[in-house]
Design a protein around this ligand. Structure first.
Ligand SMILES: Cc1cc2nc3c(=O)[nH]c(=O)nc-3n(C[C@H](O)[C@H](O)[C@H](O)COP(=O)(O)O)c2cc1C
Length: 380
C-alpha cells in the first residue's frame, strides 16, 4: 500500500474503497462547481512570509473554541450520510476526534444517531441542526441533543433549499443504496465497505427514521429535503431556537458581512463563515475570500470560524491569519474515513496538525494565538 503523506492520498484511497454514489456525494459541489473549486484555489494563491533566526523550539497549537480546550483550532464539520462513507462512520470519526482532543459535530442527517454517539464517547460533542417544517420534531431533536449532553448546538442557515448537485441526481443517491444493477456491480468492487455494512445495523438516517411519524422511506434524499426543510426560516426562528436550546449556539453558513451583523445581534457564541463546501450557491465567493470582511463586521462580539476548502494545515494557518479563530473540516476527514475508518480520520488530523505546526514555525511563530495577518505577504 502507498504511504499516506497528505490529504490527497486519503482522497485517492477513499475513491477506491467507497461506493461511487457516496464518494461522489462527498467529492462534488453544486452546478458548475466553480465555488467548490475556488474554495481550494483561493487558498493556494495566498503567500506566506518566511522568517528566520527566530527561536521556534517550543510551539503550541492549543487554543479554545467557545471556551472548550482544543488541541488545535480545527473541529470536525457536520456531514450527512457519514455512516455511508464507512460503516458506523460517525461513531468512528467522533472517537478519533475525542482521542485527538478536538470537537466533533454530528449532523442532523447522520446515519448513527445522537444516542449512538453519546454511548460511544465521553467528551461532549456538538449537534448540528437543520430546521424542518415539523417544529415538534425540531423540539424533540433539541431535547435529544440536551439529553445526550451535547455542549453546543450548530444551527445551519444555508440549506433550507438544496443546491443542485448533478452527480447525486444521476447516481440516484439514497441510503441504503437501492439494489439496482449499476449499484450492485459497483458494490461488488468494494468488498471492505460491504463487509462493514453487513456488520452494522446502522444503515438509515438514525436521527430521523423512527422519530418522525410517517417517515420510513427516505429513498430520495433530494425529494425528502424539499418536502421537509423549512424555507420560511428567518432570524426570528433563530431567536426561538436559541431560547429553546438555552446553551452555546453556533451559526453556520454566514457568507456576507450584513448577515454576520445579524448573527452578532442574536447573541450566538460563534459563527461559521461557510459556503457549505461549495455545495449550495455556485457562484458565491470562496470562504477564504469572504472571511476578512466578515471578521471585521463581526468584531469581537462573537467567535468567527471558517470552513470550506481546507485540505491542509497550511490552509488552517491562512484562515487564522485572515481573521478566523478556528476552522472546521468536512471532506478532509471524510476522505480519511472512507480510506481507512477511524485510523484514517486520525491520520487526517495528524497530517493537518503537523502541517500547521511546521508552517507556523517557518513563519516564525510559536503559538497559534499569536498568528495574525502579518504572517501573510500582500497579494501580488
Ligand atoms: C458530504 C457532505 C455532507 C455535508 N452535510 C452537511 C450537513 O449535514 N450539515 C451541515 O451543516 N453541513 C454539511 N456539509 C457541509 C460541511 O459541514 C462543511 O461546511 C463543508 O464540508 C466544508 O467544506 P470542506 O468539505 O471543503 O471542508 C456537508 C459537506 C459534505 C462534503
Amino acid at each position: 500500500m502507498t504511504t499516506i503523506t497528505n490529504i490527497e492520498d486519503l482522497r485517492r484511497l477513499a475513491q477506491k474503497r467507497v461506493p461511487r454514489m457516496f464518494y461522489d456525494y462527498a467529492d462534488s459541489g453544486s452546478w458548475t462547481e466553480s465555488t467548490y473549486r475556488a474554495n481550494e484555489a483561493d487558498f493556494e494563491r495566498i503567500r506566506l512570509r518566511q522568517r528566520v533566526a527566530v527561536n521556534i523550539a517550543n510551539r503550541s497549537l492549543a487554543t479554545t473554541m467557545i471556551g472548550e480546550d482544543v488541541a488545535m483550532p480545527v473541529a470536525i464539520a457536520p456531514t450527512g450520510l457519514t455512516g455511508m462513507q464507512h460503516a458506523d462512520g460517525e461513531i468512528l470519526a467522533a472517537r478519533a476526534a475525542e482521542k485527538f482532543g478536538i470537537p466533533f459535530t454530528l449532523s442532523t442527517m447522520s446515519i448513527c444517531s445522537i444516542e449512538d454517539i453519546a454511548a460511544s464517547t465521553t467528551r461532549p460533542f456538538w449537534f448540528q441542526l437543520y430546521v424542518m417544517k415539523n417544529r415538534g420534531f425540531i423540539e424533540r431533536l433539541i431535547d435529544r441533543a440536551k439529553a445526550a449532553r451535547c455542549s453546543a448546538l450548530m444551527l445551519t442557515l444555508d440549506l433550507q433549499i438544496l443546491g443542485q448537485r448533478h452527480k447525486d441526481i444521476k447516481n440516484g443517491l439514497s441510503a441504503p443504496p437501492k439494489p439496482t444493477f449499476g449499484n450492485l456491480v459497483n458494490l461488488a468492487t468494494k468488498p471492505r465497505w460491504c463487509l462493514g455494512m453487513l456488520g452494522t445495523k446502522r444503515r438509515q438516517f438514525g436521527n430521523i427514521v423512527g422519530h418522525v411519524e410517517g417517515v420510513t422511506d427516505m429513498s430520495s434524499l433530494g425529494a425528502w429535503t424539499q418536502q421537509q426543510f423549512d424555507p420560511s426560516l428567518d432570524w426570528n426562528d433563530v431567536e426561538w431556537i436559541k431560547k429553546r436550546w438555552g446553551g452555546k449556539l453556533i451559526l453556520k453558513g454566514i457568507l456576507d458581512a450584513e448577515d454576520a451583523r445579524h448573527a452578532v445581534d442574536t447573541g450566538a457564541d460563534a459563527l461559521v463563515v461557510s459556503n457549505h463546501g461549495g455545495r449550495q450557491l455556485d457562484g458565491a465567493p470562496s470562504t477564504i475570500e469572504a472571511l476578512p470582511a466578515i471578521a471585521e463586521a463581526a468584531g469581537s462580539a462573537i467567535e468567527v470560524w471558517m470552513d470550506s476548502g481546507i485540505r491542509s494545515g497550511q490552509d488552517v494557518l491562512k484562515a487564522i491569519a485572515r481573521g478566523a479563530k478556528a476552522t472546521l473540516i468536512g471532506r478532509a476527514f471524510l476522505y480519511g474515513l472512507g480510506a481507512m475508518g477511524e485510523a484514517g480520520v486520525t491520520k487526517c488530523l495528524e497530517l493537518i496538525r503537523n502541517e500547521l505546526d511546521l508552517t507556523m514555525a517557518f513563519c516564525g511563530r510559536t503559538r497559534i494565538g499569536d498568528v495574525d495577518a502579518s504572517v501573510l505577504l500582500p497579494p501580488g
